[in-house]
Design a protein around this ligand. Sequence first.
Ligand SMILES: [Zn+2]
Length: 253
Amino acid sequence: MIAADLKIAQERLQDLLDAAKVVVPFTGAGISTECGIPDFRSPGGLWTKNQPIPFDAFLSSQEMRDEAWRRRFAMEEHFSAARPGRGHLALASLYRASKVPAVITQNIDNLHHASGFEADDVVELHGNTTYAHCLDCARRYELAWVKERFEAQGHAPDCTACGGLIKTATISFGQSMPLAAMRRSEELTAACDLFIAIGSSLVVWPAAGFPLMAKHNGAHLVIINREPTEFDEIADLVARQDIGTVLAPFIAH
Ligand SMILES: [Zn+2]
């Protein structure tokens, strides 16, 4: 059902949460917009102005690596200032109450961690942009270090341990999906009896397969998103109101 009324949406969500044993949230950009993180894919978003740099271009060209890093540094004021929003806090409350074992996210902004989830319980399908790593030996690098080196030498630095390329810990276009995260997402989806998709247009595959998988497994499906999605028809509850507003009553105080 599509809940046109905010109150009805919240009551129905409360009923579904009360009835559920294992709740798995799946989050997209919409949960972070109230935190000042722009939705890259949205019309007018960064990716419609700046074409994303594909993974093979990053690998093959110092120029592209430098451009990728310049863009990342330009975004730093958004990412470093962002704090968890009401949606993040509501999910963290359900996590602390042992209702939610882990969250699956398409977001790269680290805000689920910041809201209180253990790192192991944030399944990041697209990685994390708040730190970097070496593509060869996986050594971790902080962004401040990369920026300092970039500014000192005029181009993106390589790994000091092995000479490999340093990239934000995100999954770029053309880069293979992280297998462990995909597997964990499937396990969580199979184990839940309530799947809540929040702030995702549910169009990016394979991530978009999870709501469908949950429904096929007999779980209830809730979709909270400003825009319609192609799974609205099979959902047990669809709320198209503002995400933070819908989830605010579920924050434990
Ligand atoms: Zn390395």
